[in-house]
Design a protein. Structure first.
Length: 86
């Protein structure tokens, strides 16, 4: 799947995790390219990061998408001030 979150609200992304999990329980496998910290959180996933130095496996909390989203949610007022500075 290539960025399935593009057409999904956060609630629908969570519903997708439920559907994916049901299929994984039936021995299905998925390869998903995503920027969604919600989809990345699936506990049985293996997350790979592609960079100039190659491909490496990373923990969920070490993904840029998790870090940026967490920082924004925890400091949204400060982030909005920075983003809207003229």
């Amino acid at each position: 799947m290539d960025e399935p979150e593009a057409a999904l609200s956060p609630a629908k992304q969570m519903a997708a995790i439920s559907a994916i999990h049901q299929l994984v329980e039936q021995n299905s496998q998925f390869i998903i390219a995503t920027h969604s910290p919600i989809l990345l959180a699936y506990p049985r996933s293996r997350i790979y990061r592609f960079s100039a130095s190659g491909i490496d496996q990373v923990a969920y909390e070490d993904t840029e998408h998790y870090e940026v989203t967490k920082d924004f949610l925890n400091h949204h007022e400060q982030m909005m001030k920075i983003l809207m500075e003229e």
